[in-house]
Design a protein around this ligand. Structure first.
Ligand SMILES: Cc1cc2nc3c(=O)[nH]c(=O)nc-3n(C[C@H](O)[C@H](O)[C@H](O)COP(=O)(O)O)c2cc1C
Length: 187
């Protein structure tokens, strides 16, 4: 696939299933992430790979988070939350470990990690897989951050759910009216 076609076609997956990227493909996704623009060469991005049986543990973390913030949650809603871990065979958590001493503004360090996340989605699409970027309360919860190896000051920029699209037939949304959001500074 031509790179420009990839960029013009990419859209998020609705339903993801096996197969997940194998070891070699996963390496390509992560190596692509590391090519993201990186102000100051701080390499603020960190990746946590969750797959196979580890999704049970991640699902338990999601359900426990819901239980903590909404102790009155029903068993059904807790189970729904737990099942989110099984939306795809592979989850890559992308975080930004920010360096407060660096001259690069913190927001730019987070943006670098965001760019790395987008590179992962694009690389997955290029390899014939697809994914979807999610955040939700789990991205901002201190306990989950710690369980994933982050500090509270770090940013979880996204949970990238990746696998093979179950229903790749369906068109994405119509092309955005992006021209409306472009202006040209006059000479
Ligand atoms: C930082 C970020 C966080 C997001 N979090 C969520 C989320 O928690 N839940 C969700 O349904 N979509 C979320 N999205 C949006 C989807 O990933 C997706 O981009 C959106 O549904 C539009 O679909 P498209 O990518 O096919 O245009 C998020 C996107 C970004 C960039």
């Amino acid at each position: 696939m031509q790179a420009i076609d990839l960029l013009l076609q990419r859209r998020s997956a609705k339903t993801l299933t096996e197969p997940a990227p194998d070891e070699g493909a996963l390496e390509l996704l992560l190596a692509s992430a590391a090519r993201a623009p990186d102000h100051g060469r701080l390499r603020p991005w960190r990746f946590v790979v969750i797959r196979g049986a580890a999704r049970e543990r991640f699902g338990a973390m999601l359900a426990a988070q819901l239980q903590r913030v909404r102790p009155q949650s029903t068993p059904e809603s807790l189970e729904r939350e737990r099942q989110k871990a099984f939306r795809a065979p592979l989850i890559i958590v992308v975080g930004a470990v920010k360096d407060a001493q660096a001259s690069v503004p913190m927001i730019e360090q987070v943006l670098c990690a965001g760019a790395a996340a987008q590179n992962i989605l694009l690389a997955a699409y290029a390899l014939g897989f697809n994914g979807v970027w999610k955040t939700g309360a789990a991205a901002y919860d201190e306990t989950i951050k710690r369980e994933l190896g982050f500090e509270p000051a770090d940013a979880v920029v996204g949970y990238l759910y990746i696998g093979t699209e179950a229903d790749a037939c369906c068109e994405g949304s119509a092309p955005d009216r992006w021209r409306e959001r472009v202006s040209y500074l006059g000479a």
